[in-house]
Design a protein around this ligand. Sequence first.
Ligand SMILES: [Zn+2]
Length: 261
Amino acid sequence: MKPRFGSLTFDRGGHQHLVCHCLLLEVGDGLVLVDAGLGRADMQDPRGRLGGFFVRLVRPVLDERDTAIAQIEARGLDPRAVRHIIVTHLDLDHIGGLSDFPHATVHVMASEFEQAQAQLNAHDRQRYRPIQWSHGVNWVQHRTQGDSWHGFEAVRSLPGLPPEILLVPTVGHSAGHAAIAVQTSTGWLMHCGDAYFHRGEVDSTAPGCTPGLRFFQWLVAYDRKARLHNRDRLAELSAGSDDVRLLCAHDPTEFARLAQG
Ligand SMILES: [Zn+2]
């Protein structure tokens, strides 16, 4: 995405775009996707699916090769092997790809699902786009039940998925936002979605955030106080544990670092 007001949004001398970072996990003989980004249908009908406001302001780059399904195919994998998708939240730039995987079960926090369905106000009608789930989604809604992980409440048992994949509620950006923690062979990887936008927000050794991203997060937050509280908890987690690596959805530098391995 190449939003307007780029000079306020991007790091000086850094990448001049934002990414929609999805994770693809190999689990047993299947694949699991964390967030779905923008999908093929969004590329084909951006105004209808995403709305003119988003298209004009955020300016998504409409290249089908960037979609999760195209990336999966480019690796010689079968998109039909994606049987589960776990989403951090239901904003349009995180679930447009759901329709590319119509047979997948989609896991989401119940509070996020309810907020998106309710279409309460103009802001929610812009961010939550029913057309993106109009193909009929097999949703599984989750609530916390007293489990915890590294001091956070967590949803530990996702039906059909191994215990190495957890939902960690991090409300603030949206009503039922969650991070997804995945135990890998080299420690925990935590997809924090939009709980923060700039890696400097959770890195005490190189703190920072651009003014554009700071303003945008303030503007769109469902609960501003909770957002800052949870972001700071993630920063503490990152600083205090060697075996948890955070990533967010939109930071291109984080994306490039992880792509290098
Ligand atoms: Zn987002």
